[in-house]
Design a protein around this ligand. Structure first.
Ligand code: PLP
Length: 515
């Protein structure tokens, strides 16, 4: 904690303890008489010891969360350079649309006759996603990118089983892949086989061809890839994969770089998730809420999961087809593999994403990709003279990949740069990802940053590089000095996580932080 002031506050930034430490279990924000004459129905299983929950009045609760929120970094506060995460501005228009009561106040179990507008919105969103990607079908229900990957891999599994090829178990995944790709393949019951990258940071076509075989179910490739580069051999890879009887899963997390410019369907992709919370500006961070609709090719479309939106032939009304309708789907060629979640997906995110699409229009969405790539290349051009940029001789897509090879010999590593950025008032870039580049610093400015903001950020990065050159290593090792918590022991936190809080626990943490 901050030690200079008596209160622990720092100017307008209030020190704030955990809610458990400051609340009183006996306090409460409500004033209701205890219920009288209600028989205890717990059969003797009632809790004996105190529950030790915090108790706060309404104003104390407000202050607690506002103080916490002011310790947080937010896209509304400044540039959020977190690579691969596409932290772009969340337009207020989206928020307005999401709050319309006809969308916001629905219950998932309402009769479909009362939610026609919401179903129409889902249909419209599906139409935009299919048109943009050049794919015939989309499953809207996956609740995040990783969940969309799972959906795509389950569709591939169902398609293989329908062909009597359930023995195909191997899935090829490049070394540079996001960790969710191999995790998804394993969760869906496949075995991961790693493929090499070439010197230019791209998938090695020769290695792909060599590894294809009659036991290969699919390949999972990110395009543009996690090094921020477009895979030029993507069509050749797709052809080779299909010739070998396998399917092509594309991780669409980097779709922001190509939206409106390239249709994944034209590249021979069979399934791809779209992170609405990345490309289509729905707010995310801190674990949610995400939405990962998954587009499917002709070959996989029949296996799309339930629920399906179907138009009832008699009344022209939208209906939702669930498990109980599976028999009615017989003869339609549809063979849903199951379902991804309880209801229909993230309605609030659907509304925001569609508002974003419609306010941009198709020309505006193309410009999103163009400006995202332009902004990244502007940063690359400004930062390249001061940092090592692997693959940086050529233009990048929407992300700038730097590493610490030029500063490490002087005693400063990627982690130290990231901590120094915290003191400078920035959320750090993505550190040590992709794993194929040692000491990676992955920066994604997105199209929503004006040149002024890009310059502010570049000036800070350059000033830090100059500080490294001046030999001020201690400055970096001490960082962050100005944050509520100083440098934490990440390794210990990962190896010995404390998953339960006990009263009195935090006193030592606060002391540790003050040191
Ligand atoms: C973000 C991301 C994912 C996972 O998406 P979530 O919505 O976080 O589950 C997968 N792959 C890549 C390359 C990503 O950047």
């Amino acid at each position: 904690m901050i030690t200079e002031t008596t209160s622990g506050n720092r100017g307008l930034l209030q020190a704030e303890a955990l809610i458990f430490e400051s609340g009183h279990a006996t306090g409460t924000g409500v004033d209701l008489p205890a219920p009288k004459g209600t028989p205890n129905k717990l059969g003797g299983l009632g809790r004996k010891a105190a529950l030790d929950l915090p108790g706060f009045s309404e104003p104390e609760t407000m202050r607690h969360y506002v103080r916490l929120s002011q310790k947080n970094y937010a896209i509304d506060l400044g540039l959020f350079p977190l690579g691969s995460c596409t932290m772009k501005h969340n337009p207020r228009l989206n928020e307005r649309a999401a709050r319309f009561e006809g969308f916001a106040d629905l219950h998932p179990l309402q009769p479909t006759s009362t939610i026609q507008g919401a179903l129409e919105l889902m249909e419209e969103l599906a139409h935009w996603l299919c048109t943009l990607t050049g794919m015939p079908a989309v499953a809207l229900s996956p609740k995040a990118g990783a969940h969309g990957e799972f959906c795509g891999m389950l569709a591939i599994k169902a398609a293989l089983e329908a062909k009597g090829e359930g023995h195909r178990k191997r899935v090829l995944v490049p070394h540079s892949a996001h960790g969710t790709n191999p995790a998804t393949a394993v969760a869906a019951g496949f075995i991961v086989d790693e493929i090499e990258g070439d010197e230019d940071g791209r998938v090695d076509l020769a290695d792909v061809t060599a590894k294809l075989g009659p036991d290969v179910a699919a390949i999972m490739i990110t395009n543009p890839n996690t090094c921020g580069l477009f895979e030029p051999d993507i069509k050749k890879i797709a052809d080779a994969v299909h010739a070998a009887g396998a399917y092509f899963y594309c991780d669409g997390a980097n779709y922001n770089a190509i939206v409106g410019k390239v249709r994944p369907g034209d590249l021979g992709i069979d399934a791809m998730h779209i992170n609405l919370h990345k490309t289509f500006s729905t707010p995310h961070g801190g674990g949610g809420p995400g939405a990962g609709p998954t587009v499917l090719s002709e070959a996989l479309a029949p296996f799309a999961p339930l629920p399906l939106i179907v138009i009832d032939k008699t009344g022209g009304k939208h209906q939702l087809a669930f498990a109980e309708h599976v028999e009615e789907l017989a003869g339609t060629g549809k063979k849903p593999f199951g379902r991804m979640c309880a209801f229909h997906g993230q309605m609030g995110m659907f509304t925001r994403a569609l508002a974003y699409m419609m306010s941009h229009g198709s020309d505006g969405l193309r410009q999103v990709a163009e400006d995202a790539v332009l902004n990244a290349n502007y940063l690359l051009a400004r930062l390249r003279p001061h940092f090592n940029a692997p693959f940086g001789e050529r233009p990048c897509m929407h992300e700038v990949l730097l590493d610490d090879s030029s500063i490490k010999p002087k005693g400063v590593e990627t982690i130290d740069m990231a901590k120094a950025l915290l003191d400078e008032g920035y959320h750090p870039f993505t550190t040590y990802f992709p794993l194929v580049v040692h000491g990676a610093m992955l920066i994604e400015p997105t199209e929503t940053e004006p040149k002024r903001e890009l310059d502010r950020f570049a000036d800070v990065m350059i000033a830090l590089a100059e500080r490294v050159n001046a030999g001020d290593v201690e400055f970096f090792k001490q960082a962050p000095k100005l944050t509520p918590m100083r440098r934490l022991d990440d390794t210990r936190a990962a190896r010995q996580p404390k998953l339960r809080w006990k009263r009195g626990d935090n006193a030592s943490a606060a002391k540790h932080a003050a040191e």
